[in-house]
Design a protein around this ligand. Structure first.
Ligand SMILES: Cc1ncc(COP(=O)(O)O)c(C=O)c1O
Length: 455
């Protein structure tokens, strides 16, 4: 606040002006909430952050109200807030987007999603996915024996798939075979040829035909975070030669009829839709190659990779994505149909293992704000002392001469004089007070310039 003995950089701006200039829409824009919020998060007219859930009708809940409710129940921050309605909505959107793409393309099969347990192993998350997902026969992906036990205990719907990836020992395989005997579609996806003899031995011993899948190593290099682990550098999956060894071994054991699924996970958080299209195209070539070898097939599992636009930029940068959910589904469905139709191959069930895209929006970390720092302009003298350094006098003159017509010039001059004073300070030729004065005058210049530009 200006006093008669101090200099005010904006004598004619009032708090009301500032309020008029800034709105909740400005806040939403500044933090990009409407871009990364994907319709689940927003800033309400009263300035509070809200989460929006659609359950038949649209409901908006203030996060501050939730925090108040938590405090009343004696819950302390920090806390992880999980919103199961958002989780349900994601499962609904994913399944319905695939259903739309399938119907629009005249695709003759269906979609089955599975959630990879490793992406979020919290029991309330898995319970909710199994429970709500049963409307869509949404299943689970298990990467270990423990996860297979979780999947078997949670999935009540026997049309939901269980996809077993990861290394499998005899115990793991027996568990999956018993599930199969109970009518649960539980697939063993071969990551290495060494797993096959155990599967064949155990299934013969228990007299249960396994459902077998093969994970291929795609040559498609994806952009984004997993770029270096994709394509030929990927450590998971069978090489083409390894795949043929598996086929020959299945043929020799008279078990080729068990090979029904092809699995291909290109990487997580794939920001560019073109990589996804290329990956699906290559997977289709492998799929038709397996049919040509005599495997019945029926399922094409495209793994995870559906990205989350964490930064809301809608580009192919690492933490963003240059496509929408509908486009993702349309690209997959159309690529499969266009690749297999000319070969007269029946359309497979499309399986995807979306992890991050399923759960990312449904949980958030709430924490207390411990401190708020505002820029309070420091009071400046009306005049500088006669003996102040010449550079400070020059800087002060810039402040007094700020003019919208000379916007750039004033800005450049202010930074120049401030940096000169800092240089003197570094060399020990000026003191702390002079440096502070230079920095304060510069801030006053910047504030005055900002006020000029806002008018
Ligand atoms: C085999 C497999 N499937 C699915 C996923 C999930 O990927 P995303 O979270 O990108 O959907 C991963 C990685 O986490 C994976 O390794």
């Amino acid at each position: 606040m200006a006093t008669p003995s101090t200099y005010s950089p904006t004598p004619d701006s009032t708090p009301a002006d500032a309020e008029n200039r800034w709105s909740t829409d400005n806040s939403a824009d500044l933090y990009g909430v409407r871009n990364w919020g994907a319709g689940y998060f927003d800033i309400a007219a009263n300035g509070e952050a809200v989460v929006t859930v659609t359950n038949g009708k649209r409901t908006e809940v203030s996060l501050l109200d939730i925090v108040e409710g938590m405090k009343e129940r004696g819950l302390e921050m920090p806390a992880v807030l999980r919103i199961e309605n958002v989780l349900d909505q994601r499962i609904k959107e994913l399944n319905e987007a695939f259903a739309r793409a399938i119907s629009d393309a005249g695709y003759n099969n269906e979609y089955r999603g599975v959630f990879p347990i490793k992406v979020n192993q919290q029991c309330h998350v898995i319970e909710e996915i199994a429970d709500f997902g049963s409307h869509y026969h949404h299943g689970l992906e298990a990467g270990s024996k423990a996860e297979l036990i979780i999947a078997l205990s949670q999935l009540k719907d026997h049309r939901s798939l269980i996809i077993c990836n990861g290394y499998k020992d005899a115990e793991f395989i027996e568990l999956g075979l018993y599930a199969r005997q109970m009518g649960i579609p539980c697939f063993f996806v071969l990551e290495t040829p060494t797993e096959l003899p155990i599967i064949l031995e155990r299934s013969k011993a228990l007299n249960i035909d396994p459902l077998i899948g093969v994970r291929i190593k795609s040559s498609v290099v994806v952009e984004g975070h997993w770029n270096e682990d994709s394509g030929d550098r990927s450590i998971f999956g069978l090489s083409t030669g390894g795949l043929l060894d598996v086929i020959d071994e299945l043929k020799a054991a008279d078990m080729l009829h068990c090979l029904q699924l092809l699995h291909c996970h290109l990487g997580s958080q794939i920001p560019n839709i073109r990589n996804i299209r290329s990956g699906v195209l290559e997977a289709c070539r492998f799929y038709s190659g397996l049919i040509a070898e005599g495997a019945p097939m029926g399922y094409l599992d495209l793994g995870g990779g559906l990205a989350v636009d964490y930064e809301g930029a809608r580009t192919n940068s690492t933490h963003s994505m240059n496509y929408q959910l509908d486009e993702y589904c349309v690209n997959i469905v159309e690529t499969i149909r266009e690749s297999l139709d000319p070969l007269n191959i029946n359309h497979p069930v499309i399986v995807s293992e979306s992890g991050r895209a399923t759960v990312a929006y449904s949980s958030m970390l709430l924490f207390n704000i411990l401190d708020v720092r505002n820029h309070e302009p420091s009071p400046l003298p009306v005049q500088l002392p006669e003996d102040a350094h010449e550079l400070l006098h020059n800087l002060f003159a810039v402040l007094q001469a700020v003019d919208v017509q000379k916007f750039q010039e004033c800005y450049n001059d202010a930074l120049y004089y401030r940096d000169e004073v800092r240089e003197l300070f570094r060399r020990g030729q000026t003191d702390l007070r002079a440096r502070a004065m230079a920095e304060n005058i510069t801030l006053a210049v910047l504030e005055k310039l900002q006020n000029c530009s806002a008018r």
